[in-house]
Design a protein around this ligand. Structure first.
Ligand SMILES: Cc1cc2nc3c(=O)[nH]c(=O)nc-3n(C[C@H](O)[C@H](O)[C@H](O)COP(=O)(O)O)c2cc1C
Length: 215
């Protein structure tokens, strides 16, 4: 089973969402490829539907083009996104928008299994799971599940100015204690240490393997 995994994880880091996408792929199949969107230079869909309608694939020429093709060719797809503004990140939504050519006349991705993962400071705010499902529903893909992990890792842990800031996530997590907070490796929670998330990952892996048997 050929699996393509796409992550909108934090630039320059092996973030929770990167590792979760990789783990789901690696546990499900030996044939997999990982794509980190923040390493690519690409745009969202520009609405030029007269260009993608006939070939039924996006024809914009940028770093994403080969991977759009790979989504079509894959047997299953894993998508991972950090939560931004209580929903799926703009980076991931831009990627999904580039699949638009796959819903002209035919549903090119119809019934293709998709496993989805989200990570945020507090993943319980907003409706990121529903939003992720809704964005993909227009392609009639088979969303096996959406995993959500609250990492409690605000961008402030890497910005260097959290002790002087009352706006960012460090202050909302720690209150006044943020003023003396020293950033330590232990603050970077890992989904691999969270039993519930590990179980959700194992369950989605089983669903991916079953989807191969039923095809
Ligand atoms: C622009 C921006 C907006 C964010 N908005 C949210 C949010 O609404 N909810 C949330 O839980 N986390 C939010 N975050 C935090 C990120 O989701 C979090 O830092 C990221 O998931 C940490 O990466 P990791 O858990 O994959 O290692 C935001 C981060 C950025 C940069």
């Amino acid at each position: 089973m050929k699996i393509i995994g796409v992550s909108a994880g934090v630039v320059g880091h092996d973030s929770n969402i990167d590792r979760m996408v990789k783990a789901i792929m690696e546990k499900s199949s030996d044939d997999h490829e990982f794509i980190k969107l923040n390493d690519l230079d690409y745009s969202a869909c520009k609405g030029c539907s007269w260009l993608c309608a006939k070939p039924q694939i996006c024809t914009l020429e940028d770093d994403l083009q080969p991977y759009v093709q790979k989504v079509r060719d894959a047997d299953a797809v894993v998508l991972g996104s950090p939560i931004h503004f209580r929903t799926v990140s703009p980076t991931m939504l831009s990627f999904i928008s580039r699949l638009w050519g796959f819903r002209h006349v035919d549903y090119v991705l119809k019934d293709k299994p998709f496993a989805l993962a989200l990570s945020g400071i507090n993943a319980d705010r907003g409706t990121p799971e529903e939003d992720f499902r809704r964005a993909l529903s227009v392609f009639k893909v088979d969303v096996l599940d959406v995993i959500k992990y609250s990492s409690r890792i605000p961008p402030c842990y890497r910005c260097g100015r959290h002790q002087e800031c009352e706006i960012g996530g460090a202050y909302s997590l720690w209150g006044d204690k943020a003023r003396s907070l020293v950033i330590r490796p232990e603050l970077f929670n890992r989904w691999e240490d969270n039993e519930e998330t590990v179980n959700r990952v194992d369950a989605i892996v089983e669903k991916l393997k079953q989807s191969e048997n039923t095809r």
